[in-house]
Design a protein around this ligand. Sequence first.
Ligand SMILES: NC(=O)C1=CN([C@@H]2O[C@H](COP(=O)(O)OP(=O)(O)OC[C@H]3O[C@@H](n4cnc5c(N)ncnc54)[C@H](O)[C@@H]3O)[C@@H](O)[C@H]2O)C=CC1
Ligand SMILES: CC(C)CC(=O)C(=O)O
Ligand SMILES: [Mg+2]
Length: 417
Amino acid sequence: MAASVQLNLRSFKAPFNLKPIAKQFSRPGRIRCAATTPTKRYSITLLPGDGIGPEVISVAKNVLKLAGSLEGFLSFPFPVFPLFRIEFSFQEMPMGGAALDLTGVPLPEETLSAAQRADAVLLGAIGGYKWDKNEKHLKPETGLLQLREGLKVFANLRPATVLPQLVDSSTLKKDVAEGVDLMVVRELTGGIYFGKPRGFGTNEKGEDIGFNTEVYSTHEIDRIARVAFEIARKRRGQLCSVDKANVLEASMLWRKRVTAIASEYPDVELSHMYVDNAAMQLVRYPKQFDTIVTNNIFGDILSDEASMITGSIGMLPSASLGESGPGLFEPIHGSAPDIAGQDKANPLATILSAAMLLKYGLGEANAANRIENAVLDTLNRGFRTGDIYSTGNKLVGCKEMGEEVLKSVDSPVPTAI
Ligand SMILES: NC(=O)C1=CN([C@@H]2O[C@H](COP(=O)(O)OP(=O)(O)OC[C@H]3O[C@@H](n4cnc5c(N)ncnc54)[C@H](O)[C@@H]3O)[C@@H](O)[C@H]2O)C=CC1
Ligand SMILES: CC(C)CC(=O)C(=O)O
Ligand SMILES: [Mg+2]
């Protein structure tokens, strides 16, 4: 049954950051034998953030807890005998605007070190009107960039899969959206969001100017390219590198290095596309894409665009991984101040990010599949938040959607699509 309901967050042996079960067992202090049942303990740092962040994190935390508690049982055909237990300890820390209000900075040292010590980090979203006019170093968004840099999570995986249940929610025609299943691999700790010089100044005419620098090194390009090739190899074997090499020097180097790394992956078909064309192709014929690799800013923009093919930005999860240390898992959307506090947010992107946390962050693929199945089952039962609602379905809020997913997680035989 699990195979028929895969969300295409395919398990692949990533060359980074996965912690197989065996490794967990070998960690001193992680496994405790309570009576006869060994317990796998994971510490998760939760960063709810701002706007709808706390609403979606609260729902995803409950889903994660329940999915973990159901793991480790032998089933004949219902759970009978626990081989091991999974227990999460959650530490909630302030981040973004919430941290600014509390401590005066968007990423307090305590928050970063809690995240660095954790087995995985689950983030809601940050930002809001209240802090929009803050100086750069006092913006919630600066805290998010510092967190990604501090965790060294350079590879941001953003899968966009059109679920059969949500084809009608896509803004594209059914035959264009149906069957779309792509992965954006976005470079996350380099490029124009981090490049120097940056700042404000005056030009020769005395006018104010603002400037940023798009900069990539060989090392930064090579490592994200290898991640993308590895992922493409485990998917349909096609990698499209998106750049602006007809204009930007940083993109010229990008294209040269991605082409060079391709020789290590003869089984993967590499193509190149300029970003303006890619933005157009995504709405013209998105099924042509399997895996896309691109820089920080293009990946940010193209993944928001890709989300609408799937029905809503409220559906897209992400995993940000580094060579070692905890992964950072977050929905691709922001804090949605326009709907914050109204119980309207779609929590599925965050719930699916929790599934990615289990699969890519902790190596608990089974528990991850349980969550993915539960999301599909909930959609099969017709529950929809406003952003993915179509006629004939049941309109629910963020909390109720969460409760329905919990029911599906708990059901012994999930409904297949
Ligand atoms: N990772 C993060 O924490 C991110 C933070 N931001 C910040 O979020 C704030 C708002 O940014 P926007 O540009 O408005 O982007 P946004 O992603 O927060 O919202 C864009 C639109 O999508 C809707 N939306 C987003 N998530 C949704 C969900 N789960 N369910 C239903 N509808 C959803 C919103 O209501 C809004 O109409 C800004 O301060 C921005 O800097 C933006 C993107 C990512
Ligand atoms: C602060 C921004 C870079 C966040 C964002 O839009 C994203 O990562 O998708
Ligand atoms: Mg974005």
